[in-house]
Design a protein around this ligand. Structure first.
Ligand code: NDP
Length: 447
């Protein structure tokens, strides 16, 4: 059997074993396709069922979450936690609370996390979790009761040396505080190392809220530098307006770019003069209002309901909302309007069609598993601080984050070059990460 046949047969088996998990299939196919040059070079990487083991989660937990809403009505949601790989360290990855969360979505995110965490070089395994709980429109009391109910089950499965959850869509500092409070209450332990992304007073790290967005822009900085360009003076479009998007916009503006558009699930905001981040912060994070309310305070801005921001002319695009949000049609429009670099702040925001469109046009794409690794890297720094009962200065955390992103960038580029795929960040990220995980799996024996 040729290598291509072997890989396709394996993929068919994975689809058969995990029916209807479209995002998971997409993520697996992307990796299996990208690592073929490495497998061709060293066929022994397919021995001992390594690829089959790599694509099968070590453990998957699903549980019922029962809580009471403000009217006293019982609500039932489903909770998930997938430990995909502990070859490099304890399971590590965020929790997502969103109505679209399914086991397939959690598995896709956990699978991506294997490669992302390997690229950080910080000894992290990979996991992910969450719930189909929809936080939109819920009161603070409802959010707290849901978090407490969720942790009442989850606490059995996690621990500082076993599995360390963090935030993701719908889970930020507030939710992590409630989750940690319940963990502490049930276990009778102030075990700060069990969750990352906590507030500063309860064992959190400086720069953790900013880390994913800042890290993506540090990656972009290296990408442009490698092409003799810089961020200053460029126009950027960022999708989303949550944690990753907001801090990506902040770093872009600090480095001299003008961010002209961002979005939420209701549409996109266009402000040709540059998005006013102080106003955005107040609306989204303090008052928890919708993005559309921005135009009530800024005369030159417009909100386009139900639209995506890909038709707005820009040099840089940082999709930072959700998976598969940027398709081939959007990519064509961005290319037509002269985009020069794409950095995935979100996980898998570009469809395969979009990636191919950018590749054909010679526009470099930084895959999320490399470009958004700054969040989990800083979570590892938080774990180091918790283990030492220490809190580092913000400037030290930021320096380490920037250094880590530069190293990941250089590793991706060098690995792509080494496989005769110059500038292909996707191939570089997948192959470099795969080599690391495969070596650890082989060292651990057949488990
Ligand atoms: P947030 O919940 O803080 O923000 C998500 C943003 O995306 C919101 O603006 C939300 O709009 C928008 N959004 C969510 N779903 C959709 C949708 N289906 N269509 C359009 N817009 C949508 O999440 P984060 O910023 O933390 O996460 C964003 C992405 O980054 C995700 O892919 C996540 O996995 C990834 N990521 C996050 C990390 C982190 O540290 N937080 C680390 C690494 C990756 P609305 O408010 O209207 O729902």
């Amino acid at each position: 059997m040729t290598l291509d046949d072997e890989v396709l047969t394996l993929f068919d088996q994975i689809v058969h074993r995990n029916p209807a998990e479209i995002e998971f299939h997409q993520a697996v196919l992307e990796v299996l396709t990208a690592i073929r040059p490495a497998l061709r070079r060293d066929r022994s990487l397919c021995d001992a069922g390594l690829l089959e083991r790599l694509c099968e989660p070590e453990r998957q937990t699903m549980f019922r979450v029962v809580w009471t809403d403000d009217r006293g009505k019982a609500q039932v949601n489903r909770g998930f936690r997938v430990g995909f790989s502990s070859a490099l360290g304890p399971y590590k990855g965020g929790l997502r609370f969103h109505r679209n969360v399914t086991l397939g979505v959690v598995k896709f995110l956990a699978f991506e996390q294997i490669f992302k965490n390997a690229l950080t070089g910080l000894g992290l395994g990979a996991g992910k979790g969450g719930s189909d709980f929809d936080p939109a429109g819920r009161s603070d009391g409802e959010i707290m009761r849901f978090c407490q109910a969720f942790m009442t089950e989850l606490h059995r499965h996690i621990g500082p040396c076993t599995d360390i959850p963090a935030g993701d869509v719908g889970v930020g500092g507030r939710e992590l505080g409630y989750l940690f409070g319940q963990y502490k209450r049930i276990t009778n332990r102030f075990d700060a190392g069990v969750l990352t992304g906590k507030g500063l007073l309860i064992g959190g790290s400086h720069v953790r809220p900013e880390a994913t967005g800042y890290g993506a822009i540090y990656f972009l900085e290296s990408m442009l530098e490698a092409r003799g360009e810089k961020i200053e003076g460029k126009r950027a479009v960022v999708s989303g307006s949550g944690n990753v998007a907001y801090y990506a916009m902040e770093k872009l503006q600090q480095l001299g770019a003008t961010v002209v558009a961002c979005s939420d699930s209701g549409g996109y905001l266009h402000d040709p003069a540059g998005i006013r981040l102080d106003l955005l912060h107040e609306l989204k994070f303090v008052r928890r209002r919708r993005l559309s309310t921005y135009v009530e305070s800024v005369a030159g801005a417009a909100f386009m309901p139900f639209e995506k921001p890909w038709d707005v002319p820009c040099d840089l695009v940082v999709p930072s909302a959700t998976q598969n949000e940027l398709d081939g049609v959007g990519a064509k429009s961005l290319v037509r309007n002269g985009v020069v670099a794409v950095v995935e702040g979100a996980n898998m925001p570009c469809t395969p069609d979009a990636v191919q469109t950018f590749r054909d046009a010679g526009v470099p794409v930084a895959p999320g598993k490399a470009a958004n690794a700054g969040g989990v890297a800083t979570s590892a720094f938080e774990m180091q601080q918790n283990a030492a009962r220490d809190q580092w200065q913000a400037v030290d955390v930021d320096r380490r984050l920037r250094g880590t992103m530069r190293t990941i960038h250089d590793t991706c580029l060098a690995t792509a070059d080494d496989h005769d795929l110059p500038g292909d960040y996707g191939a570089g990220a997948n192959i470099a990460a795969f080599h690391t995980v495969a070596a650890a799996m082989n060292a651990l024996g057949l488990i």
